[in-house]
Design a protein around this ligand. Sequence first.
Ligand SMILES: [Zn+2]
Length: 362
Amino acid sequence: MPLPPIVGHSEARQRLAEAVRSGRLPQVIVISGPVGVGKQRLALWLAQLAFCERKELEPCGRCRSCHLVDGLSHADLHWFVPIPRPKVADPDKAVDEAAQAIAEVMEERRSKPLYAPPDGMASHSMASVRLLHRQASLTAVEGGRRVFILGDAERLVPQDSSQEAANAMLKLLEEPPPGSLFVLTTVDPRRLLPTIRSRAVPVRLNRLTDEQVRGFLTANAPPLPGPPLDERVAQAAGSIGVALSSGEESGKAYRAAGALLEAVMAGSAAGFERALKQAPYSARGEFTAMLDALADTLSEAARGALGQPTRRPVPEALLRRGDPAPLLRALERVAEARESAYGNVNPQILLAVLGEELAEVL
Ligand SMILES: [Zn+2]
């Protein structure tokens, strides 16, 4: 699958494109800006522009180089993303493990270019930076430039209470090999070593407009269960990434709520057990999100039962009822559970009780 289209940031793009055209592109760039506004997407755009066989102000999107970048398979494009810290102690083997982990992430992004933020524990460890050094010491495969993207660069972590990885990165940036371009992206440049910052030309990105976020979601994101589009756009506050991940999270809550309701309606104890096990109540936030999704699904079903159009999918069995009264009673039970959820009640027990109550009223 090709990369999703780049959205917005036209000023930054123009500035970078003119620098490429005039041969004055700096070798080290730090792109900063809010989460999910497309910092790494801009870095990929810049890589594509730098490799593109036509020298225009946008990548042509048709030449061989453009296609290779689009498929994340350009041999001179190295995209480093945070990964779990390698487990092996041997430094050479750790580099191999890091290379393997990054290759796996890239493989995933080729098939699913809209990705979620990295795991909270993932980082650029010493092994990743060693890998970067190793790759930077080679010559270009295609004979032109080489581009190194370091996403979430603030995750260059101090290891064993030293700043080994960040310092090793700094060494590379102090004397970048000829023809190489390093693009670091970060939500907050102040979280990078000042010495790294001082080597780099900053590119600051702003939030996108609601129109840009809406346009992207409409054209590129699969429809997700959860809040309606306008709500998602408003909540995202100018970030496509936030819009996508909130859709993903609330999608999970709605799927769990749907499964629970289906099991209750089917009257199957085994199905109910299964739904209970799958419900995302490992964290309290997830549990209350599930209750909210449950309430929302029931009120949508009540609308449907009254013959009004529903704004999102509702389990068939609920729609067939034709009488909104039981649905409203079920809604009350969910609201009570929502109240109890604020207290120190075990979510699993609360949900088991709620399930029985729903089975009674529905
Ligand atoms: Zn091209």
